[in-house]
Design a protein around this ligand. Structure first.
Ligand SMILES: *Cc1c(COP(=O)(O)O)cnc(C)c1O
Length: 480
C-alpha cells in the first residue's frame, strides 16, 4: 500500500530553508491571516520527489503499454507537439492582448480552422469547445438557434441511434430536445425502415439526427446518403459526432456524407493528450447556412491582419472563455503539419490494425457483427459468460499482461461488450502480443477460470469496489 505524503511526514523535516531573519510585517490584512498553522506534510525535497515518482510509476499510459480503449483513440502523442506548445511565444501570451500583439497565435488558430475545414469539408469552424461533449452542446445550440431564427418552434426532437455514445443524448437533452431512439438493424447499422417510420410519425417536429460514422460498433453506415436525404427532405439537420474521425480522415469527410454540423475531438484524432479528463478541444464545423450561428469570436483574416471577429448575426454567444484551450490547438496544428499529406495514412493504418486484431480474435471470442470494421470493433464476452466469467473479469485479467483493458459494456446494444481500438500507433509485434494475451485468457477460462475470476494479480491494487468508488468518491485526507 502506498503511504500518503502526510503519513511520510517527519516532524521538523523541510524541503527548503528560508532565511533565518524573521519575516515581519505583512501586506495581508489581519482578518485574512491564518489563526492556526496549516496542516502540511513535513518532508524533504528528495522524499517528495520519490513519493510522486512512485505514484506516477503506478499509473498506466500509452507510453507504458498497449492501450486499446475503444472510442477513445489512445494514439501516441508525439512529444514534438508538447515542445512546440511550450514555446514562450505561446505560453507567455495573455488572452486579452490586442490582436496586433498576438498575430502569431491568431495565425495559428486561423490556419488550424482552415485545415479542419479541409479535413471535414465544412465551411466554417469554431475552436472554442473544450471537449467532444462540449462541441456537441455547441452544435445542438446551433441547431436550436437555427430553427428559432426561422420561427420554426415545433422542431423539439432529435433522433439518435441506440448505439450512440452517451454524450449524444445528454448534449441534446441539455439543449431541451426530446430524444428519439432509432434502432440498429441486424448488421449494426441504422435501421432505415425504423428511421423512416420515426420521420413519418414526427414529421415537422424533428430538428436533427445525431450520427457517428463509423458508428460506435466501428461499422461504416453504408446508407448514410439515404439517411441524409431523408433528414434534409424533412427540413431537419444532420449532426456528425466526429470523435471517430480517425477512421476516415483524408479518405472521405462528413460533408461528402451530407452532414451540416460536425464536432471533432482534437484530443483523440489529432494526437493531443487526454488522460485524466483533459484539457481537450472540441472544435465545431458548420456548413454555409449555419456560419452566422457560431460562437464568437471566430478567427478571421483581412488586409494582412489576423483578428478576432465578434460580429456574427445569429451567434449563440460564447461557450468558453477566450479562445478555448489554446495549448491543445497548438499541439493539434503541429500534428496536422507534421503529417501533411500523409494524414490519411494514419486512418488507413488504424483501420488495418483493427481488422488484423478482429480477424485473429474472432475464433476465441464472439464477434456479433462479422464485417470489415473501421478503426475499432466490438467483441462480446458471451461465450465466456456461459463459462461463468464476465467481461469485467477479462478486462481485469488483461492488466496482469500490462495491457490496458478495452472499453467494456459499451456500446449498450452488445452484451458483455469489449470495444477494441488499437490505433495506427502500434506495430505488428504489439498487436500479436495482445492477440496472444486474449487467446491465453480465453484458454485459461476454459481450463482454470479462477485465475481470471480473481484477477488482477500483478497490479498495485486488486479488485476495488467500483460502484462504491464511483458513487461515494471520497478523496479527502483526514488528519484527525
Ligand atoms: C469520446 C467521444 C465523445 C465525447 O468526447 P469527450 O471529449 O470525452 O467529451 C463523443 N462521442 C464519441 C463517439 C466519443 O468517442
Amino acid at each position: 500500500m502506498t503511504e500518503l505524503i502526510f503519513e511520510k511526514s517527519i516532524k521538523g523535516m523541510t524541503g527548503i530553508t528560508l532565511t533565518d531573519k524573521e519575516i515581519t510585517g505583512t501586506f495581508i490584512r489581519p482578518e485574512f491571516l491564518r489563526k492556526k498553522e496549516p496542516v502540511l506534510p513535513q518532508i524533504s525535497e528528495l522524499e517528495v520527489m520519490r513519493h510522486f515518482k512512485e505514484l506516477s510509476d503506478k499509473n498506466f499510459c500509452v507510453e507504458s503499454g498497449f492501450y486499446p480503449l475503444g472510442s477513445c483513440t489512445m494514439k501516441y502523442n508525439p512529444k514534438v507537439n508538447e515542445y512546440l506548445a511550450s514555446l514562450e511565444g505561446f505560453t507567455q501570451l495573455h488572452p486579452l492582448q490586442e490582436d496586433r500583439d498576438c498575430q502569431g497565435a491568431l495565425e495559428l488558430m486561423y490556419k488550424l480552422q482552415e485545415a479542419l475545414k479541409e479535413i471535414t469539408g465544412m465551411d466554417a469552424i469554431t475552436l472554442q469547445g473544450s471537449a467532444g461533449a462540449h462541441g456537441e452542446l455547441c452544435g445542438m445550440m446551433i441547431v436550436k438557434h437555427y430553427f428559432k431564427a426561422q420561427n420554426d418552434i415545433k422542431r423539439t426532437k432529435v433522433i439518435i441511434p441506440d448505439s450512440a455514445h452517451g454524450t449524444n443524448p445528454a448534449s441534446a437533452g441539455m439543449c431541451g430536445f426530446e430524444i428519439i431512439k432509432v434502432q440498429s438493424n441486424e448488421n449494426g447499422l441504422v435501421d432505415i425502415s425504423h428511421l423512416k417510420e420515426l420521420f413519418e410519425n414526427n414529421k415537422d417536429e424533428i430538428a436533427a439526427i445525431m450520427l457517428t460514422n463509423p458508428n460506435t460498433l466501428g461499422l461504416f453506415e453504408n446508407d448514410i446518403l439515404q439517411i441524409s436525404e431523408i433528414a434534409h427532405k424533412n427540413g431537419s439537420l444532420l449532426y456528425y459526432d466526429g470523435a471517430n474521425l480517425n477512421a476516415i480522415m483524408g479518405i472521405t469527410n462528413p460533408r461528402v456524407m451530407g452532414f451540416d454540423i460536425v464536432h471533432l475531438n482534437l484530443h483523440k484524432t489529432f494526437a493531443t493528450p487526454h488522460g485524466g479528463g483533459g484539457p481537450g478541444a472540441g472544435p465545431v464545423g458548420v456548413v454555409e447556412k449555419l456560419k452566422e450561428f457560431l460562437p464568437v469570436p471566430v478567427i478571421d483574416f483581412k488586409d494582412g491582419l489576423y483578428f478576432r471577429k465578434y460580429e456574427l448575426k445569429h451567434t449563440i454567444g460564447k461557450i468558453k472563455e477566450f479562445q478555448g484551450n489554446f495549448g491543445v490547438l497548438v499541439k493539434a496544428y503541429s500534428y496536422i503539419l507534421m503529417r501533411g499529406n500523409t494524414l490519411k495514412n494514419a486512418s488507413c493504418d488504424a483501420v488495418l490494425n483493427a481488422n488484423y486484431l478482429k480477424e485473429n480474435l474472432k475464433d476465441s471470442f464472439d464477434l456479433p457483427y462479422d464485417r470489415p470494421c473501421m478503426h475499432e470493433f466490438v467483441l462480446s464476452g458471451d461465450w465466456q459468460k456461459a463459462q461463468g466469467v464476465h467481461t469485467l473479469e477479462i478486462a481485469k485479467r488483461l492488466m496482469d499482461y500490462k495491457i490496458h483493458p478495452p472499453t467494456v459494456y459499451f456500446p449498450l446494444i452488445v452484451s458483455e461488450a469489449m470495444m477494441i481500438e488499437p490505433t495506427e500507433s502500434e506495430n505488428k509485434a504489439r498487436l500479436d502480443n495482445f492477440i496472444a494475451a486474449m487467446k491465453n485468457i480465453a484458454k485459461e477460462i476454459n481450463e482454470n477460470p479462477q485465475e481470471t475470476l480473481s484477477a488482477p494479480h500483478n497490479t498495485p491494487v486488486n479488485r476495488v469496489d467500483e460502484t462504491n468508488a464511483a458513487r461515494h468518491l471520497d478523496l479527502r485526507y483526514r488528519n484527525e
